[in-house]
Ligand binder design. Sequence first.
Ligand SMILES: Nc1ncnc2c1ncn2[C@@H]1O[C@H](COP(=O)(O)OP(=O)(O)OP(=O)(O)O)[C@@H](O)[C@H]1O
Length: 255
Amino acid sequence: MSGYVLEASGVSVRFGGVRALTGVGLGIRAGEVCGLIGPNGAGKTTLFDVLSGIRRPDRGRMLLDGADITRRSPVWRARHGMRRTFQRQQLFGQLSVADNVLVAQEWRGGGGGLAADLLALPARRARERARRTRGERVLADCGIGALGATYAGGLPVGQARMVELARAAADPPRVLLLDEPASGMSAPERERLAAVVRRLAEEGCAVLLVEHNVAFVMDLCTRVVVLDLGTVLAEGTPAGVRADPLVREAYLGAT
Ligand SMILES: Nc1ncnc2c1ncn2[C@@H]1O[C@H](COP(=O)(O)OP(=O)(O)OP(=O)(O)O)[C@@H](O)[C@H]1O
């Protein structure tokens, strides 16, 4: 056993003549926060698309708990505890913040089927209350507990990113893929983000985080993987990666 919750091996993706990923391997363990960094166009988002099932790789395979999920849909992966946020925000702008978070829990169903919904049976209402309570707790953890009734569409970037994090955390994730979660956040928001991510990891979640803010990554992550031109350039502790001459040349030296 590799000890990885999520593992990708030999992943290759081409867009016409562009090799976005070539033979990439990566694994994340329960309870770790792993950073994925690299220059623009290195293939980070493409790898996230492959891991979350949005894009089928030309080559390679993925394992969740050792079982092959390469051909599994994004929905199947989400239902088995894999969550993802996007570089470009994907909130339901017409819904309140509270409802954005509630939506993430709805896939489990209300219990009792359509009749329970139509008749608003007590068990159905109790389940809805429990979900709203969990949503409120997650929003409070994310520092946006006061925003539950606010429409998500009008939020400033930092708060909108927090709502995305809350939505991803509302139904406890086993694997969390965060694509540039700190972008547009203020320093206090970044601190809050780091605290929430650490807590999720302590609860056993495996976190993979793409982020251009290198200082943030080095501070938060226990391990860092560096992608460059679609391949893994380096991997190790934040200190080890920071000191790697190849990484300095390809990426850190330029930031
Ligand atoms: N849909 C697409 N069609 C064609 N080329 C693409 C497509 N998506 C990505 N690419 C190319 O694949 C390569 C990897 O892109 P990707 O977005 O994964 O990199 P990235 O590391 O996430 O970059 P950034 O840090 O700028 O977000 C780039 O050369 C990009 O131009």
